[in-house]
Design a protein around this ligand. Structure first.
Ligand SMILES: [Ca+2]
Length: 496
């Protein structure tokens, strides 16, 4: 759709709204409101699909057998993409738990939510979530698993809430809050593998009689440091060779092309002693992969329940993750930085009534797009403040006007690993990143250098591209409204 069509077709959209939408769309921040107001309403009231949103914990985009991973087998999660759509170029906009989870619930950048880091988890996030909107539209809503977002979402009057608002501390004696409506219980300790307990609770909730559609957010705790496995997977990957990333030994080569602040960040394998620190690529990968397999077990149980209820095809299933994860690239673990392993996430949707089966798309989609997508599937109009765009039409027909550039924006410093603030722009072929407090830059041709080995910044032969990307970064950053007043992240995090 062209913007001039948006202007003429949309009722009730003020000129100011339109001008904002036009400005943002031109700069890669796609405003769904104008588009959705005239084209959504996929589900009339009474025929709303059930919704399941599986939001992984640091699940890398490439760690699905559907994405061709040579070691990890994820048959249940693969099914979502194989029987629906899988986006090969999906990204988060701030690769850190609480900011990403706050963005996915609101459809807004960290810069606009004010949820900038993992600190201040107990402070409110006074922006409507898409789940609040679904509840108003007649849905039973539930969140089970790891909340880890600002305010923990416990204030949202869920029909059912069984969650923990931080990274899991003890996989075998996990703590959760359980509540219904405005009645939230006190924190209790449970005994058993954390995500097994979460899925028991989810299934019990699904089995309750109801005459409304449901929306279940299954947000697993696994895999997250300290990476403990369920008993049934203790032997998984014994004797399996784990390849080492080609950039793992960059430290021995003097960190070619890497910014000083990146080199100094405390996120290198076998370098820093902390309770969540990782000791070797082999240990990290095997425990991380086994965690993803444990999650796949849970997804299998969930699907078996939906099928037993005859609701599998009446349920729109969305699968993504809060961020990716370094498994030894540049010797790193964890996330935060704007390199590909950290910012790439899975993105799959299965809903046979609306989404064509078996398509794989390369368009760049973002965590911000999930809320508008789920709302469109439910026939609910997105908020005009949402900064993503529904992926429904893109999945089925493509969209020549889809975004070609987007903003990445990381804030938390000082923090757990002392990764400096940075922001950058990612296009379909390139990225540039600016560590603006120390004025260091990196620039990569990700189309030809997907492992980001060759920093092109300030190379004379790339001056024109560099100028173009710097201008693009300024454009996408300025297009996102800065939150004024209200909550901001002020406290450095104590965990990650
Ligand atoms: Ca996370």
């Amino acid at each position: 759709m062209r913007l001039d069509e948006t202007a003429t077709k949309t009722d009730g959209l003020s000129r100011r709204d339109f001008m904002q939408a036009a400005s943002l769309a031109a700069t890669g921040v796609l405003m769904p409101n104008a588009h959705a107001a005239v084209e959504a309403a996929a589900a009339p009231k009474g025929k709303q699909p059930n919704i399941v949103f599986i939001y992984g914990e640091g699940h890398r985009a490439d760690c699905l057998s559907a994405a061709g991973h040579p070691i990890v087998k994820t048959p249940h999660q693969d099914r979502i993409g194989n029987e629906g759509v899988r986006f090969e170029n999906a990204f988060c906009t701030n690769a850190l738990c609480a900011p990403a989870r706050s963005s996915v619930l609101t459809g807004m950048y960290s810069k606009s939510t004010g949820a900038l880091g993992n600190g201040d988890l107990d402070k409110p996030l006074d922006v409507p979530y898409f789940t609040d909107m679904l509840r108003s539209a007649g849905y039973d809503i539930a969140l089970v698993g790891k909340a880890h977002c600002r305010a923990g979402a416990a204030d949202r009057n869920w029909d059912y809430y069984f969650a923990f608002n931080d990274a899991v501390a003890d996989y075998y004696e996990p703590k959760f809050f359980e509540g219904r409506g405005s009645q939230m219980g006190s924190e209790k300790t449970y005994y058993g593998y954390a995500d097994d307990i979460v899925m028991d609770k989810a299934i019990a909730w699904l089995q309750e009689p109801r005459d409304k559609p449901f929306c279940l957010l299954f947000w697993p705790m696994t895999p997250h440091a300290p990476f403990y496995r369920p008993r049934r997977h203790l032997d998984l990957y014994n004797g399996v060779a784990i390849p080492k990333p080609s950039t793992f030994d960059d430290d021995l080569k003097g960190w070619p092309g890497r910014s000083k602040c990146v080199i100094e960040a405390k996120n290198k394998i076998g370098t820093h002693v902390n309770p969540d620190g990782t000791r070797s690529v082999e240990e990290l990968c095997k425990d991380y992969y086994a965690g993803l397999v444990a999650v796949d077990d849970m997804v299998g149980r969930l699907f078996a329940q939906l099928e037993a209820m005859g609701k599998m095809d009446d349920t729109a299933i969305v699968h993504s993750s809060d961020h990716g994860y370094f498994l030894g690239e540049f010797r790193m673990f964890d996330k935060r930085l704007m390199y590909e392993p950290s910012i790439r996430v899975p993105m799959m949707i299965r809903y046979p009534k609306t989404i064509r089966a078996g398509s794989v798309r390369g368009d760049m989609v973002l965590d911000l797009d999930i809320a508008p997508t789920i709302l469109e599937l439910a026939g609910v109009k997105p908020r005009k403040e949402m900064q993503g765009k529904s992926m429904v039409r893109l999945a089925n027909e493509g969209d020549a006007h889809w975004r070609k550039e987007w903003l990445y924006d990381y804030y938390e410093y000082p923090g757990y690993e002392d990764v400096r603030q940075h922001r950058g722009v990612r296009t379909e072929t390139h990225k540039i990143m600016h560590f603006y407090t120390v004025d260091e830059w990196e620039m990569y041709d990700v189309a030809n250098d997907p492992e980001e080995k060759d920093n092109l910044y300030n190379r004379p032969e790339h001056t024109a591209k560099q100028r173009e990307l710097v201008a693009s970064l300024e454009r996408v950053f300025n297009a996102v409204p800065q939150r004024q007043g209200g909550p901001t992240a002020t406290e450095p995090s104590k965990s990650f």
